[in-house]
Structures are given as C-alpha cells and as structure tokens.
Design a protein around this ligand. Structure first.
Ligand code: UGA
Length: 438
C-alpha cells in the first residue's frame, strides 16, 4: 500500500513539498486555512513565483495524486502528516511566532489515525518538537511526532526538494525512521546522505545551517567594509579565499546583504531562544552578523547621497530589483525594497523595476513608483541602483542605457554587473567593497 500524505500549510514550503512528494508517486492532500489559496492551488495555480512549481503542481493534480482542501478531517486516513506552516518573527520581539505551528498540531492531533506520524518541517526554536510531542500525546497516544527540517532555497525550491543535499530526521523510534525512509526511498536510492538525530538536534540543524550561511554573507560584507577603507577589491578577495575548499566560494557575494523570510528572522529567533536557555553568550556573534547585514543597506544609501551631493529631494532614482533575491517575487525583508523605501523617505522620486516582484512591492510601499520596463525605469534617472541580481539586468547594454539616463551613475549593490563594460561605456560605476575604482 502506497503511503498517503498530508501537508498542512501550503506556502512556499508546503506547496512545493506537496507537489514534489506527489511526483514521487504518493497520494498527497494539501491543507490550508486560507480558502483563496486552496482554491488557486486546486486549479494548479501557484499564488507566488517559483520556477517550475506551477508546471509540476498542474501535472500532479492532473495525475489524480494531489488534491487540496481547507478541511483537515479529509486527511484522517493519511500515514504521514507534514506541518509546513510559517513561523514569522513576533511583532516587537526577536522570537518566532509559533501560533500557526501550535494550531496545526491541535488540528491534526485528534483526527490522525493510529500508527500515523506527524512530522514538523517548519523552522522552530529548539525545544518546540518535544513540547509538541507531549501536546500530541495528551490528545492521541497512538501517533508519533518526528522532525524533518527543510533546506530548500526560494528560486530552486523544486530542485532542492526533489534532490536535497541531505535528509535530516529527528525521531524517537525506529518505526518513525522506517516510515520516513519509505517515503524518501527514491532519495536514498540516489545516495542522498541520511542523518538520524534526536528531536532537538534536528531542529538545531536548520537554524545552525541558516546561521552559518548568514555569517558567511556578513563576513564577506565586513571584508567589503575593510576593502573600502583600505582601497581593496572584495570581489577579488572573495574569489581568492574561496579557492580554499575549506572556505569555498559560494555565499561569498558581497553586496547589500541577506533578506527574505528565513535568514534574518531565523538568526534573531535563534538568539532569543539561546537567551531563554541561558546560553545567550554562545550566539552573541549573531547580533553582529545582523548589524553588519543592516549596515550594508546604509552604506549604499551613503553612496547615493555622496553622488547626489546629499540632496535627494525630487531627484529621479532608478532602482533595478525589489525581490530579496533573483528568481523570486518575495519581498519579505528585502534589502532592495528597504533601500528604495529609505531613499523615498529622504525625498527622492524612486522608480522601481522588477521582473516578478512589482505587485507585492507596491502592496508594501504604495508610495514608490513602478516602471513596467527597464527603459522606462532608467529614463531621465539621475542615478541607477542595481539591487537584485536578475539575469536581465546583467544583459542591459550600458551604451544604450546611457542614452536614457540623465546622469550615467551606476551603483551595483550586488557586485554582479560587468564593471569594465559599464566604465568603458562612460558610466561612473560604484560598488560595495570596490572603492579602489573611480
Ligand atoms: C535560505 C537558505 O539558503 C535555505 O537553505 C533555507 O532552507 C531557507 O533559507 C529557509 O530557511 O527556508 P532563501 O531564504 O531562499 O534560503 O535564500 P538564500 O538563497 O539563502 O539567500 C538569502 C539572502 O542572502 C538573499 O537576500 C541573497 O541575496 C543573500 N545573499 C546570498 C547574499 O547577499 N550573498 C550571497 O553570497 C548569497
């Protein structure tokens, strides 16, 4: 008998997980309390932009294996229930808001059948799984709880879910591990590393990984600050240190730093949890990682001020990019959008372009102007900011662009443009961590 699976919470994580597990041949029911989201997903439409997901979702619905509902009782005969709801930052605190995780657990606990498994995938403060295990046991003794953190990246969500670089399972019994091995057999056959852990370690793996990634980015952005002060070039420095395989060259792209719905809130929630555990000293460095990250945004704004003689009032500034990273329409804690909003607040006439994120960006900051095309965005601009490294921005012809703008000043906030090409076309070219030029 093939496993039946429910996925509770159908955001980035849940919708992708549901479609991918279905594509492995299992019957999957996606559940969400938001009827509008469920109605869209049931028609094979994804309410956000994620490459390849919509095609996969539509194919899986057509196969008859994947369905969606707002009624959790429809999942009562499932063998595995995944909890994939969000854990945003609490208003007015660094800690994570666990309301959605708790209510998902409370909804599934009474209806889950004997012998089934409830598996948390959401990113949670360590200790949550044990608390949920006890909460589940108080309602339903015949169901176990496990933790299986998710490492997918937006923009690569389908690829990362189908071909993860490791699978981590926090379990309290061999039976629970066996059931998860049955589900992930195709990955095991492909030699995906399998790590069995206890519940707290499984929870910690996720936040430790995200903290390490955040640290890598802030490390290179700190080096960018030093390069600026000392007249060095951080892009050359990153390439040079990255050849050491112990360091590695990925996630060393200096620029305006990390944003999105994960890294910023995860390091903050980790600090908050460490404090509760009396281990705050161990994570003091994350406070510095957070400050370096936020400082990168201010450094770009300073470059803008310098180039416009500290007078932004009424000046048209073109902003290329609003999403927190390319291949995503996610603007949660987007460094690009934050910078655009701060320049707007300083009185500039900010015109933003993004291939996918303009609608969500406009919802967040209705005061910003948006241009449908790159040309319209650049027209008569007194300065151009490149803030999200979409491929189409690397394909801009600097000669043609120069004819559109009022002042040919480019600030590359992502160190992703071909500097020599832009300079050859007569642009003043600025970039974080590369003060040695111009
Ligand atoms: C991150 C992790 O990479 C995933 O492994 C994890 O599963 C996910 O969070 C999560 O917790 O769900 P994601 O938020 O999609 O994934 O984005 P990343 O690719 O990690 O990028 C985060 C931010 O760092 C972006 O704003 C990006 O522009 C920035 N970044 C990345 C840099 O500034 N420099 C770099 O070298 C790399």
């Amino acid at each position: 008998m093939t496993l039946r699976v429910s996925v509770i919470g159908t955001g980035y994580l849940g919708a992708t997980h549901a479609a991918c597990i279905s594509s492995m041949g299992f019957e999957v029911i996606g559940v969400d309390t938001d009827p509008a989201k469920i109605a869209l997903l049931a028609q094979g439409k994804v309410p956000f932009y994620e490459p390849d997901l919509e095609e996969l979702l539509a194919a899986e619905i057509a196969s008859g294996r994947l369905s969606f509902t707002t009624d959790i009782t429809g999942t009562a005969d499932c063998d595995i229930h995944f909890i994939c709801v969000g854990t945003p930052q609490q208003a007015g605190s660094l800690a994570a808001d666990l309301r959605f995780v708790d209510s998902a657990l409370d909804a599934v606990a009474p209806i889950a059948k004997a012998g089934s498994l409830v598996v948390g995938k959401s990113t949670v403060p360590v200790g949550t799984a044990e608390r949920l295990r006890q909460r589940l046991a108080a309602v339903n003794k015949d169901v176990e709880l496990a933790w299986n953190p998710e490492f997918l990246r937006e923009g690569f969500a389908v690829e990362d879910t189908l071909r993860p670089n490791r699978l981590v399972v926090g379990v309290t019994s061999d039976a629970a591990e066996k059931k998860l091995q049955e589900l992930y057999q195709v990955n095991l056959d492909a030699n995906t590393p399998w790590v069995r852990a206890d519940l707290p370690t499984a929870e910690l793996v996720k936040v430790a990984a995200n903290s390490f990634l955040a640290t890598k980015i802030s490390f290179i952005n700190a080096m960018a600050e030093i390069c600026e002060a000392a007249g060095g070039d951080v892009t050359v420095l990153a390439r040079a240190i990255g050849y050491d395989p112990r360091i590695g060259n990925r996630f060393l792209q200096a620029g305006i730093g990390f944003g999105g719905g994960c890294l910023p809130k995860d390091i903050r929630a980790f600090m908050a949890r460490a404090q509760e555990l009396g281990a705050e000293q161990a994570l003091e460095f994350l406070r510095e990682i957070d400050s370096i990250n936020l400082r990168a945004r201010q450094r770009v704004i300073e470059l803008v001020r310098n180039d416009l003689s500290d007078d932004l009032a009424g000046k048209k500034i073109a902003v290329l990019g609003a999403a927190f990273k390319p291949d995503s329409d996610d603007v949660r804690d987007s460094p690009a959008l934050d910078i655009a909003a701060q320049i707007l607040a300083a009185g500039a006439n900010v015109v933003v372009h993004d291939p996918k994120a303009m609608v969500p960006a406009q919802k967040r900051f209705p005061g910003l102007a948006f241009a449908e095309t790159i040309d319209e965005c650049l027209a008569d601009a007194e300065l151009v900011l490149h803030l999200t490294e979409w491929k189409i921005y690397r394909e801009i012809d600097p000669d043609a662009a120069k004819k559109l703008v009022k002042n040919a000043i480019m600030i590359d906030g992502r160190n992703a443009l071909d500097r020599e090409k832009w300079i050859a076309a007569g642009w003043k070219f600025r970039a974080l961590g590369r003060s040695s030029v111009q």
